[in-house]
Design a protein around this ligand. Structure first.
Ligand code: ADP
Ligand code: ZN
Length: 447
């Protein structure tokens, strides 16, 4: 039997990781890995071979790192179109793990890991936690969801690899989270920032002063969160709150992480090669300029990813970081190049909601999604106009329509949300592009 976890006894020294390699050595390593990865992707994945052939690009053309720009892009739709296993470069016998993320249609996107991939993932999550000031001896409460979502297991393996003690509590049951935090001497917590906000609020109601507990670090990611939210949480809980970034298509959490400077996220670029492109022209953006983050995996075996368009908007910081890490940083991600939003960790597009609504008879194509934050948790209210006939009809008809809409949306998103039926012409009409999304989540907390 193979074991994918580094033995906890192996003491971890951040300085011995590629985070601190001199630039030339790092680039040498990146190029070597790039050449192997592109050859593997070309030989084992028909989509990549086809796209590279169209561009008359061969694996042996990867002579220097800038040759990455010759490779074709990959987008989320490619993962959907090849659902479930079409982009795998390994035999299923070598795949030790599958994860999935909420896709833009009813079908999720599926990703695979070999034992080596799990080790790489552990490695980058160990480095993430170390960058967030965690070390052997820490007691880490892992409140990211365990399951198909990559957050839980990613942070779990990282915490174990670091030699810390991990509490695999997963998300939810907030009162118990707070009890564990008090009783187990928790020193760091991993979860989404919005969930931590909820924990802070609930602790207040329970009369628990988080500032008086040993907890000193929060490792927060999977969704955008502002500096204002950070300041609020750090003050309320007496912790340092670090931003970590990742995405399922690339590996899960562990693509980039803040360090003690909390000023940009170091990309683990010995494994994930970053580029910034203009999302319209797809041309490279000069260093420091804002654009869409594009990532190429350099060592993934089961599912290599070539120039994956993340849709996340950021810029590369090329100045050296005072922490001493030589790997480059990206600025915190506040927005995406499309209209996706994330609610309770699930990716949602207004178009998905629209499709679900319109599939149910009796509704009008006038709807609005209102996002609010109540008690620290994101709430989504889908307001939809229904035909006048329904309002003059029996209450039971409205109730039944309401139920059908709720389940249609739940079926599409995998998320139960509030649905409000409103009379025709209630929702404001727009002269240009309709504003489907009203995001009020930051209105109160950030005042
Ligand atoms: P996972 O959180 O498991 O990686 P997904 O792959 O579904 O889940 O979501 C990835 C997306 O989440 C990213 O492309 C990005 O838009 C968003 N995201 C993840 N981490 C952050 C972060 N720290 N800040 C802003 N957005 C983030
Ligand atoms: Zn740094």
């Amino acid at each position: 039997m193979t074991t994918n976890v580094k033995p906890a006894a192996c003491v971890f020294h951040p300085a011995s990781t590629p985070d601190f390699l001199p630039a030339e050595q790092l680039q040498h390593l990146q190029l070597e890995r790039l050449q192997n990865m592109v050859a593997r992707a070309y030989n084992h994945v028909s989509l990549f071979r086809q796209r590279m052939d169209e561009r008359k690009c061969k694996p042996q053309d990867m002579k220097c790192l800038s040759d990455v720009a010759r490779l074709p892009f990959t987008v989320k739709a490619d993962l959907r179109d090849t659902y479930p296993f079409g982009l795998f470069a390994s035999d299923m016998r070598d795949v030790v793990r599958l994860h999935a993320s909420s896709g833009t249609t009813g079908k999720p996107i599926v990703v695979a890991y070999t034992a080596e991939d799990v080790q790489v993932w552990t490695n980058v999550m160990v480095r993430t936690l170390a960058a967030c000031g965690c070390a052997e001896g820490d007691i880490i409460q892992n409140a990211y969801g365990y399951g198909l979502f990559t957050g839980g297991l990613g942070a779990h393996y990282g915490a174990e690899g670091l030699g810390a003690t991990v509490i695999p509590i997963s998300g939810g049951n907030t009162d118990r989270q707070i009890m564990v935090m008090q009783d187990f001497g928790v020193t760091a917590i991993c979860c989404t920032p919005s969930y931590f906000l909820h924990i802070v609020e609930r602790a207040g109601e329970m009369g628990v002063d988080l500032k008086a507990l040993p907890i000193r670090a929060g490792v927060f990611g999977a969704e955008p969160w502002s500096d204002a939210m950070r300041a609020y949480m750090e003050k309320a809980a007496g912790i340092k709150a670090y931003d970590i970034y990742g995405l399922t298509e690339i590996i899960g959490p562990g693509v980039a992480s803040e360090c003690r400077e909390q000023s940009g996220l170091h990309v683990f670029e010995d494994y994930f090669y970053p580029e910034i492109v203009n999302p319209q022209t797809l041309e490279p953006v000069p260093d420091g300029g804002e654009g869409e983050l594009v990532l190429t995996t350099l060592a993934k075996k089961a599912m290599p990813m070539i120039r994956y368009r993340t849709r996340d908007i950021t810029s590369l910081i090329t100045e050296p970081c005072p922490c001493g890490r030589t790997i480059r940083r990206i600025r915190r991600i506040g927005r995406r190049s499309d209209d996706m939003f994330i609610i309770r960790g699930i990716n949602v597009f207004p178009s998905q909601v629209e499709a679900a609504l319109l599939a149910v008879e009796g509704t009008l194509p006038h709807y609005q999604i209102v996002l609010t934050r109540q008690k620290g948790l994101d709430e989504m209210d889908v307001q939809v106009e229904v035909t006048a006939a329904f309002f003059s009809d029996k209450v039971s008809a409205l109730e039944s329509l309401h139920d059908r809409l709720s389940s249609a949306i739940e079926h599409t998103l995998g998320l139960r949300v509030k649905v409000s039926l409103v009379e025709p012409h209630t929702i404001e009409r727009s002269m240009g592009k309709a504003k489907r999304l009203i995001d009020r989540r930051n209105e109160k907390t950030e005042a």
